[in-house]
Design a protein around this ligand. Structure first.
Ligand code: SAM
Length: 263
């Protein structure tokens, strides 16, 4: 029995397509996401992927940029780019041309849904479409900040679809968090661009005893940890314990980790 890729390659060859079809793809609901260079043959190739993978739309991912983590995506086959994907019993609605969804973080989404306790109050400082907020909001009370209007739209939609206990706030967390006038047991910092700059805001909102799930992408883990410890000390907070968890590699020698900082 040929694999889907073997069938795609065979169909492309029969159609006289000269471009080598990409071997890897991601399926989000009924949309397939590929990585490949532009070519005159991409629309025909897109149709082959759609037929063999059974999806309505095929897009090419050209990367994610800026603080608002906006994806750059070009559609090569189909119409709709809004889709619904299911994971660990949670439904996520999103438009792949407007917001990011990292399949590589699946285990961490599952872990976040399992570490929280019912009596906790949680802050998600970089909520996106609710990747962590929604699974956590099935168990405890979550406050979520998101600065990108498109992501915020889907965050609200996913809270509604999953009946999660999440209060969403649109805006920069450095403006929103001080105005919440609330202290949290657990804070999630799921962001990879200079995350350390946001640590003072997180520390100011953390209870005396609490946990921060601090994400960072780095080349040198010890340097990253030294910086985290020094910022915490500068804010008058001693880290009691650090538990580290490797999420994925995001570029050659650049690793994405989450540090669970216990205070
Ligand atoms: C990397 S995405 C969320 C990823 C998600 N945690 C996951 O695992 O897939 C980070 C989100 O933080 C938002 N963001 C960036 N800076 C922010 C800020 N200062 N305040 C609030 N949200 C911010 C971005 O718009 C983006 O949607």
């Amino acid at each position: 029995m040929p694999t889907p890729y073997e069938r795609i390659a065979e169909r492309a060859k029969d159609a006289g397509i000269l471009v080598t079809p990409p071997k890897h793809w991601e399926i989000l609901g009924d949309v397939a996401v590929l990585k490949m260079d532009r070519s005159d043959e991409e629309q025909r190739l897109g149709q082959i992927y759609a037929e063999i993978l059974g999806v309505k739309t095929v897009v090419v991912d050209e990367g994610i940029s800026g603080i608002k983590r906006r994806p750059s995506v070009r559609k090569i086959y189909g119409d709709g780019t809004e889709t619904v994907t299911r994971e660990n019993g949670i439904i996520y609605r999103l438009d792949v041309t407007k917001v990011m969804f990292s399949s590589g973080n699946k285990k961490e989404r599952m872990r976040m849904g399992s570490v929280v306790r019912e009596e906790e109050r949680i802050l998600d400082m970089f909520a996106g479409i609710g990747y962590f907020s929604v699974p956590m909001g099935k168990i405890a009370e979550v406050f979520s900040c998101e600065v990108n209007e498109d992501a915020f739209h889907y965050l609200r939609e996913n809270i509604r679809l999953n009946k999660a206990s999440v209060k969403p706030f649109l805006g920069d967390n450095r403006d929103v968090v001080p105005n919440l006038n609330t202290k949290f047991d657990r804070i999630v910092m799921g962001y990879l661009k200079d995350t350390y700059e946001f640590l003072p805001t997180a520390l100011s909102a953390l209870k005396d005893v609490g946990t921060i799930h601090y994400h960072e992408a780095f080349r040198d883990k010890e340097d990253a940890l030294t910086r985290v410890k020094s910022i915490c000390e500068g804010c008058g907070r001693d880290i009691r314990a650090i538990r580290e968890n490797r999420i994925k590699s995001i570029a050659p020698r650049v690793e994405h980790y989450v540090f669970d900082l216990s205070f």
